[in-house]
Design a protein around this ligand. Structure first.
Ligand code: FES
Length: 109
């Protein structure tokens, strides 16, 4: 496998029941991750784009949190229905941003 050009991080963190902070798993983190994985395969871009499920990306109240490198683009409130657009616009579009999903500045938790 060649070195990928784009890495997509998807938070799938699950906290204990009753935890003080929110988390991305109950908001569909794994479903978002799986959709990225399936679409990357279907689009035939597995040599250039990889998706990685992660622990907390420190924007817990804005989950599901997704980050794309090498552009350092951060999205919040991502749902399964947003995955195709993120792939088309950002991952395969040279880092262009999907404005409605852009993470507001600050808010590291
Ligand atoms: S639990 Fe997903 S960003 Fe913290």
């Amino acid at each position: 496998m060649p070195k990928p050009e784009v890495q997509i991080l998807v938070c799938v963190n699950q906290r204990e029941p009753g935890a003080r902070k929110a988390c991305c798993a109950p908001r569909g983190g794994m479903e978002v991750y799986r959709r990225f994985k399936d679409r990357i395969k279907e689009l035939g871009v597995r040599d250039t784009v990889i998706v990685t499920r992660t622990g907390c990306l420190k924007h817990c109240s804005r989950g599901v949190v997704v980050c794309l490198w090498p552009w350092n683009v951060w999205y919040g409130g991502v749902e399964v229905e947003d995955v195709d657009e993120i792939l088309e616009v950002t991952a395969l579009g040279g880092g262009e941003e999907v404005e409605r999903l852009r993470m507001p500045p600050g808010g590291w938790e």
